[in-house]
Design a protein around this ligand. Structure first.
Ligand SMILES: Nc1ncnc2c1ncn2[C@@H]1O[C@H](COP(=O)(O)OP(=O)(O)OP(=O)(O)O)[C@@H](O)[C@H]1O
Ligand SMILES: [Mg+2]
Length: 160
């Protein structure tokens, strides 16, 4: 299944991230797919806002992996938020070195930009968020999933 929404500004992309963030739980893995400058980091920042992360959330393009403490939206339940950007990796084995698997834990919500190189490590039940467009043009944000459980959440997220 896929669910499509539109974003006309960086702020709207953040707001869609915020909407998703409100429905995230420990163990969720979200792959953020899209060209350079599509808005993956903007979307991730919106997720961070929903999880009450003390910012600022900056791009992990050069650092590969940033870790934050947050709370599940509307609760006092603590969660770890890991935000990765694998753009600079050259070989799939490097994925292990930065501890990608350590990020797929029940107490952790994981967002991964440029996830393609880690495909073999990614959990089956991940959510994929694809952002089409770049520059000043409007974006189309497509949520892809095969999981029933995500579909239920996405229906609520994309119709609210
Ligand atoms: N509708 C939109 N949604 C998101 N960003 C937008 C939009 N319109 C313009 N922009 C601009 O596009 C840029 C998106 O940057 P961002 O760092 O989020 O992209 P990215 O996908 O993370 O890129 P990278 O692959 O380099 O990490 C920002 O400068 C933002 O202001
Ligand atoms: Mg980015």
């Amino acid at each position: 299944m896929e669910y499509r929404v539109t974003s006309l500004t960086a702020k709207q992309t953040q707001e869609w991230g915020n909407q998703l963030g409100r429905h995230l739980r420990g163990g969720d893995v979200v792959a953020l797919v899209g060209d350079l400058g599509a808005g993956k980091t903007a979307f991730a920042q919106g997720v961070g806002d929903a999880l009450q992360v003390k910012g600022p959330m900056t791009s992990p393009t050069f650092t590969l992996r940033h870790e934050y403490l947050g709370k599940l939206s509307g609760t006092e339940v603590k969660t770890r938020l890991i935000h990765m950007d694998l753009y600079r990796l050259q070989h799939p084995e490097e994925v292990e070195v930065i501890g990608v698997e350590d990020a797929f834990k029940e107490d952790t919500i994981c967002l991964i930009e440029w996830p393609e190189i880690a495909e073999d490590y990614m959990p089956e039940d991940r959510l994929e968020v694809e952002i089409l467009g770049s520059g000043e043009s409007p974006r189309e944000i497509i949520f892809h999933t095969r999981e029933r459980e995500w579909e239920q959440r996405l229906k609520v997220i994309t119709t609210s």
